[in-house]
Structure formats: C-alpha cells, structure tokens
Design a protein around this ligand. Structure first.
Ligand SMILES: [Fe+2]
Length: 380
C-alpha cells in the first residue's frame, strides 16, 4: 500500500467522528489507535522516538469527542482530556505496513546476471545506496573489482551489515577437500538450495567472494524463489499454502555440532507474501501426517522442486576472481555446476550477514541523501 492512499475525513453524525479511506474502503478510526500515535512531547521522547506511556493502560472506552481535518493535519480531542494535532503524513506512515525499502522484483532467466556494482564505489553513499537498492529489489548483486586477497569477503560484508559467526567460523572457504563435512567442499554439481535451513534464524544473506577460478566449470547458478512461488501459486494455490503452513524438520550433525529447526519450507511476511525458502532436499524431514496430507504435501514439494530445476528460472554465470555474489540466502537459491579440479584452482570465501542491517542502511542512506539533495535545492 502506498502511504498516499490514506485519506482522512469527518463524519459528525456517525458513532466515530473520524474516518479513513484506504484504497476506496472507508472505515472509522478507532480512538485507541489514534491516541497511541501521539507525537506530543508529553507522550513521546522526541530524541529516541520511544513512547512515554503504556498504550495498554488507555481506557477501553476511550473515544474521540471532537475531530477536525485541516490542511495537512487532523485535530482530535479524546475523552481522557488529551488533544493533539496529528500530521497526516505521519499517520499515513503509521498505517503503511511497509518500511520504505524497495519491493522485490521477481526475475527469471532473462535477467541474465545479477546487477553489478563496483567495489570502489561502495565507500560512497550514493554508490552504496544504489547497491543496496538493487540487492533489496533483486535479492542478489555482484560486486566487482574487489581485491583478490584473503578475507576481502569480510570487508565487503561490513559494507552491508555485520558478519554473523556460526560453527563454520566468521567465514568459510569453498574449495574441494577430502572427507568434506558438506557437499559444498567437493567438486559435484550443487542444485539450487538455501544454506543452513537447520539454523535458527537461518543466515539471511550470503556472500561468496572469488579469490581464484581457473576452471571452465563451476558456474554459479541463482534462482529467484519469488518468481518460482508466483508460478506455483498460479498453478496450485492450495499446494503453495501447504508448503507455507506445514512445519518441516531440518537437522545438521557433525562431531561438534547438533542443530535442529522446525520451520516451513516457504516463508512469508506479515502480509503473507513469500519472502523466501528453506530448501535443501538432503536435509528436510516431513512431519507424520495422514496419508492424504502426506500425498498432498509430497505433490506440492515435487512441483516446487521441478520449478526450481526449470532452466526458465535460473541464471548461470562464471564468478571471476575479484567478484563477489551478495545474495539473499532465503530468497535466492544458489547452486553451481560441477567442475574438474585438474583444470586449475577454484577458491571462494564466504560469510553470512543478517537481513536487518542492509534494510536499515538503505533507509538511513535514503533519508540522508534526500536531506542532502534538499539542502542543495535553490532557496526561493
Ligand atoms: Fe550453499
């Protein structure tokens, strides 16, 4: 919903004097809702933007006893004696369920490759804001022209957020090794998957930085879970609902670690829009259900797997030395083609960060850049 779609009006003859119209639907504004939006200095700490009262202590029978709408504001007097002029743009922001970040743009194979951003521009607010915008919209970007020195991946990560340490450490090396505890450390092809579905929370964002790639194989593959689940919803909405609502068990074991999570394969946000998947078909275990439920779930999961493997959804490209993929671990499934280690070295380093920091940095950069541009505007 756009904040510009909220319109406030007065209904002096009705039981609630203040009305709001959203997308053509008009409803009364509850007094309890409006009262807790207070931005009066007696009700809100204006430095921290944190409330100075407990809204659950407001009287249940609180009412708006007088209301007026004038240019850009709503004036309201409440039955508890509080009165305030509320700015309409502030109320519209309070109604808007979104946070100001770009909406996801679903993509298929015709995207070609993720948007590319020069590492040397990420120290500049405008360059970083552009990279964050594309990451939030597409779920994946490639950072190019970065150094090929070890641990550069951590420097790139800190441009976007905070490195999340796991039992694999602050970073991990991706190259073939004997007796590997994960297939990532072999030369076999890897189908589209998300990392660490057994972890709570799962790592939000993954970075893979290429130090050296002398092989002709080992292409990186990415698939957009939003595009795939859009297709599944169009074909079989009940099947998609099963994948959203059925809790599956994921687990990981090695000598030092025992991790379990119980989560659905398909994740949705507060508006039931798909945000991503937990998908690693070597690690998921369905719950004990009736035979009918099991068959229905199996069909939905099978179709999801078919779509994830459909070349129409995949982009495939060679990650060269000095390039790093930054991708949403849950929204964008990753994989790679097999490679022949006899051709030469292939060495990537990876790490994880969470989703919150890039979203915050984007919002703060937008706010600061908007202020900067406003200060540059001619004064008249
Ligand atoms: Fe992986």
């Amino acid at each position: 919903m756009s904040v510009s779609t909220a319109n406030f009006s007065i209904d002096p003859s009705g039981p609630a004097p203040l009305l709001v119209t959203l997308d053509g639907v008009t409803q009364p504004v509850p007094a309890l809702w409006l009262r807790e939006q207070s931005r009066d200095a007696t009700q809100l700490d204006l430095v921290s933007d944190q409330r100075l009262f407990d809204p659950h202590r407001l009287a249940l029978d609180l009412s708006i006893v007088d209301a007026r709408v004038d240019a850009g504001h709503v004036f309201a007097r409440f039955s508890d004696g509080h009165e305030e002029r509320f700015a309409l743009d502030e109320l519209a922001i309070a109604i808007d369920p979104d946070d100001g970040c770009p909406d996801p743009i679903a993509w298929r194979t015709d995207l070609g490759s993720p948007p590319r951003h020069d590492w040397r521009c990420l120290g500049d607010p405008t360059g970083l804001e552009a990279a964050l915008h594309d990451f939030l919209a597409y779920g994946a970007i490639v950072v190019h022209d970065s150094p090929t020195s070890e641990l550069t991946v951590l420097d790139i990560a800190t441009r976007f957020g905070y490195v999340r340490e796991t039992n694999f450490g602050r970073y991990f090396d991706v190259r073939s090794m004997p007796r590997a505890n994960d297939l990532a450390y072999t030369t076999v092809p890897l189908g589209p998957h998300t990392d660490n579905p057994y972890r709570v929370p799962t790592p939000g964002i993954q970075l893979l930085h290429c130090l050296v790639n002398e092989t002709s194989g080992g292409l990186s593959t990415l698939v957009d879970a939003i595009a795939v689940t859009d297709q599944l919803r169009a074909e079989d909405p009940e099947g998609l609902d099963l994948l959203i609502d059925t809790v599956v068990r994921f687990h990981f074991r090695d000598d030092d670690t025992a991790l379990d999570s119980h989560r659905p394969i398909v994740d949705v946000d507060h508006r039931r829009r798909v945000t991503g998947l937990r998908y690693s078909p070597r690690l998921d275990h369905i719950p004990l259900m009736s035979n009918e439920q099991t068959h229905a779930y199996h069909c939905a999961r099978f179709r999801l797997a078919e779509l994830l493997a459909d070349p129409a959804f995949a982009i495939k490209f060679l990650l060269n030395a000095g390039e790093a993929m930054v991708f949403s671990n849950d929204r964008v499934l990753h994989g790679r083609t097999g490679f022949d280690p006899q051709e030469g070295m292939r060495h990537l380093q990876g790490c994880y960060i969470d989703h919150d920091a890039p979203r915050s940095r984007y919002c703060v950069l937008r706010r600061n850049l908007t202020r900067s541009f406003a200060s540059l505007a001619p004064k008249g």
